[in-house]
Design a protein around this ligand. Structure first.
Ligand SMILES: Cc1ncc(COP(=O)(O)O)c(C=O)c1O
Length: 474
């Protein structure tokens, strides 16, 4: 079988076609020794390793190099890398490649936890930039040019800036191009976590990608919005400040020495999908999307919110939290990406011209869920926009100071005023409500209580059974 213009997929297929006898790792021997369901076993025939003809992710010179070159060409980067541990490893590698221990780094306060982990691991110190509050989605949005300029006046020694755009909810940083210009004028490299924007490249109707706007390093979860496998992501670099070799150096340290060929082939395929996405595909996506929005808007009690990214839709059920709506939908077999106090978030399929017919019609199920909610008691929710209130700030204790301090658990009622020993993270979306070393305010505690009551899941320094928070002993 021929896989046009997908060098790594083709190399895997060529290897498979030779019906090779495996005396090499992995131990499932092409799936033969596996007891997984038969369809999964079949896929394991392609779960190969660095065999002759299959190249090496960490020293690419053949099929992987060709595939990564095609990726770089599509996104307009100096070099693009395949990632097999998600944007998580991309965020770690881009910070390791850019900063030194003790450096000050401007970071959007509503960044993903992997950014804060990267700062801790590199020993850099964060200057938190407050995002503007986004009225449309009722979530923390992006950082304005004004906030960046204010931070630069207050912290002129900043060595790097990290932004997240679009947000999980599809809100775009409309100031990004100017922010990049200003940062570059101070010789500050701009790193962008574009985990939710790998698809921007496919059509002009989607926002312009951060790379095109001049960002130095950009990380994208191809698995989130393009048809790549979970954990498969891209990292692009195009920079006068950060060296390609440093990124490659840290990636070979941080990524497995046995990267999954299934993941890498899915990246090659996702790149091809994006590259071949044409006008007809976009029209068909639009048709699918508009019909869905129309049908959902016709249901009583449903509010549909469109954001900057057409792949994201927010659905609200009047008088109910997003968590309640999520439960009602899941009972009918519909699984949204996430819920919060106000809404659920849907990530739409980036359909091509023939695919829209393969997307299941969900409106009847939505209707049943809404009918069921109509019989339930309604609740009102409080607005929490503490993330957007403060001016540029930092933690009370840095990660290295925290390592030497004692920690203890306290009841939630007495946590206000203490310092969080570790991050407290509603999951998803994985954005720390509190970072390690931040002072806990009354508003933080109100939001934690509201989220717990509504059924939100948490990671980090919180025990929902004992209702306790882990704090620093000062
Ligand atoms: C903004 C953002 N950055 C990074 C990540 C981590 O991405 P990955 O799951 O590809 O490791 C996520 C995951 O949800 C995210 O939302």
């Amino acid at each position: 079988m021929k896989y046009q213009d997908r060098p790594l997929v083709q190399a895997l297929q060529n290897f498979h076609d030779r019906k090779p006898v495996s005396f090499h790792v992995p131990g499932h021997k092409g799936g033969v020794l596996s007891n997984l369901p038969v369809t999964v076993r079949q896929a394991l025939a392609y779960d190969l390793t660095e065999l002759t003809g299959l190249d090496d992710l960490h020293e690419p010179s053949a099929a992987i190099k060709e595939a990564e070159d095609k990726l770089a060409c599509l996104y307009g980067s100096e070099r693009s890398f395949f990632l097999v541990n998600g944007s998580t490893v991309g965020n770690l590698a881009m910070l390791y490649a850019t900063v030194r221990p003790g450096d000050l780094v401007m970071v959007q306060r509503n960044a993903h936890k992997s950014i804060f982990n990267a700062l801790e691991l590199t020993g850099a110190n964060p200057v938190f930039l407050s995002p503007d509050w986004d009225e449309l989605t009722q979530t923390a949005g992006t950082v304005s040019l004004k906030t960046v300029k204010e931070a630069l006046t207050q912290y002129p020694n900043v060595k790097a800036a990290v932004f997240t755009t679009p947000t999980y909810y599809g809100i775009l940083n409309k100031d990004l191009e100017q922010i990049i210009e200003v940062c570059h004028s101070f010789s500050i490299p701009v790193l962008v976590d574009e985990a939710h924007g790998a698809h921007f490249i496919v059509h002009d109707a989607f926002p312009t990608s951060a790379l095109e706007l001049g960002a130095d390093l950009v990380v994208q979860s191809a698995h989130k919005t393009l048809p790549a496998m979970t954990m498969a992501s891209f990292l692009h670099i195009h920079s006068q400040f950060v060296k390609v070799e440093r990124v490659a150096h840290y990636l070979q340290m941080l990524q497995s020495s046995s990267p999954s060929y299934l993941l890498m082939a899915s990246l090659d395929d996702a790149r091809y999908y994006a590259e071949t996405y044409d006008e007809k595909d976009y029209e068909s996506f639009q048709l699918y999307r508009r019909n869905l929005i129309q049908d959902l808007c016709n249901l009583a009690g449903v509010e549909v919110v469109e954001t900057d990214d057409q792949l994201k839709l927010l659905i609200r059920a009047t008088g109910h939290t997003g968590f309640v709506l999520q439960k009602a939908l899941e009972m009918r077999g519909i699984y949204p990406e996430l819920a919060d106090l106000y809404q659920v978030l849907l990530v739409l399929p980036l359909v091509k011209v023939r695919d829209e017919k393969r997307c299941v019609d969900v409106v009847d199920k939505f209707k049943v869920a809404m009918d069921c909610l109509a019989e339930k008691k309604t609740t009102s929710v409080r607005l929490h926009n503490y993330l957007s209130k403060s001016s540029p700030s930092s933690v009370v204790y840095t990660a290295s100071q925290l390592h030497t301090m004692d920690m203890g658990w306290v009841n939630m009622q007495s946590a206000t005023g203490r310092v969080a020993a570790d991050a407290i993270i509603p999951y998803p979306p994985g954005i720390p409500l509190l970072c390690a070393g931040e002072r806990i305010s009354h508003e933080h505690m109100e939001q934690i209580q509201d989220l717990l009551m509504a059924g939100c899941r948490f990671q980090g320094a919180i025990n929902r059974e004992t209702k306790q928070i882990k704090v620093v002993v000062e």
